[in-house]
Design a protein around this ligand. Structure first.
Ligand SMILES: NC(=O)c1ccc[n+]([C@@H]2O[C@H](COP(=O)([O-])OP(=O)(O)OC[C@H]3O[C@@H](n4cnc5c(N)ncnc54)[C@H](OP(=O)(O)O)[C@@H]3O)[C@@H](O)[C@H]2O)c1
Length: 282
């Protein structure tokens, strides 16, 4: 139990996922009352089982973070039962296969009527999928900041942690929509930090390096447990020569949420990346 987090209300979106499930469990272990948000109730239930198994307190609230009505409903209900949200972790996000190219750079064959099977270039990307990725990763953060942030503003205090990415700094190949949306998170985090400072709310972000999740496992790892070419490329550009473990984000998130330890820290995005950003790789 941690006196700082004890009984405080923490809303975690994407709580059924690889990274935020660990964050939700950690905050609950520290005594926070945690609200688990995601679209799939089953994923949230497994996290809730871990929390209650440890003697922690949580609520499951299945919902889509891009649905402002649904988020408002949760915020209003919380306000009446548990009180104002004190901590908001905006972990919901992701990519979509239709918004990913197979080519890492333009190939003249992209212009041919007879295209090589399975090859997807920038000109082929499905615009609807592209938009979905932008929507989930940007408005999916903006909307919880509005709904839960409002209750923080009413209470005169709160801390928000958003999720950026290595793509926020320089786009990786093949994932233009994801990269664009994660760049926007850094910008929005700075905007909101400046805007909400008078309300007593700090807004920061973490930028995880490469942590294997369900989706990225297929991209980074072979079925035999080795590395794909992209996986090898990532490791060779990561000075610590490995992927991150979800628990390695906890210290940074706890620090950013803590109004004492991080009292004068707002508007920053902190990389937790095994040195990926510092390395030119040459
Ligand atoms: N893993 C990495 O290496 C890495 C690196 C940099 C940044 N990130 C970012 O860190 C965050 C967490 O990543 P992760 O690896 O834990 O991913 P993950 O395992 O895919 O978890 C993301 C969670 O977000 C939920 N979600 C997606 N869209 C949603 C929506 N519209 N409404 C509500 N929930 C939604 C998903 O659950 P449902 O589908 O059930 O809704 C999923 O459980 C994401 O923002 C990701 O972009 C991850």
């Amino acid at each position: 139990m941690d006196e700082y987090f004890k009984n405080q209300v923490a809303v975690v979106t994407g709580a059924g996922g690889t990274l935020c499930s660990e964050i939700a469990v950690d905050l609950a272990c520290r005594g926070a009352r945690v609200v688990l948000i995601g679209r799939t109730a089953g994923k949230l239930q497994s996290v809730a089982d871990r929390i209650t198994g440890n003697g922690g307190t949580c609520l499951i609230r299945p919902g889509d973070v891009t649905d402002e009505g649904a988020m408002k409903e949760i915020a209003t209900e919380l306000q009446k039962t548990w009180g104002a949200c004190r901590f908001l972790i905006n972990g919901a996000g992701g990519n979509n296969a239709g918004a990913i190219t197979t080519n890492t750079a333009f190939e003249p064959s992209e212009l041919d009527a007879e295209r090589p099977a399975g090859s997807v270039g920038f000109f082929d990307l499905d615009l609807e999928c592209f938009e979905t990725v932008l929507h989930i990763n940007t408005l999916g953060t903006v909307i919880p900041c509005r709904t839960f942030g409002r209750t923080m503003a009413e209470a005169g205090r709160g801390a928000i942690v958003n999720f950026a990415s290595m793509n926020s700094y320089r786009p990786l190949t093949r994932v233009p929509a994801y990269a664009m949306s994660k760049a926007a998170i850094v910008n929005f985090t700075s905007f909101l930090a400046a805007y909400l400072a008078p309300a007593g709310i700090r807004v920061n972000a973490v930028a995880p390096g490469f942590f294997v999740n369900e989706r990225s496992r297929k991209i980074l790892c072979t079925p035999e447990g080795g590395l794909t070419r992209r996986g090898e490329n990532v490791i060779s550009h990561t000075p610590q020569k490995r992927f991150g473990e979800a628990r390695e984000l906890l210290g940074c998130v706890e620090w950013l949420l803590n109004d004492e330890a991080a009292a004068f820290v707002t508007g920053v995005t902190v990389p937790v990346d095994g040195g990926f950003l510092t390395s030119v790789g040459i």
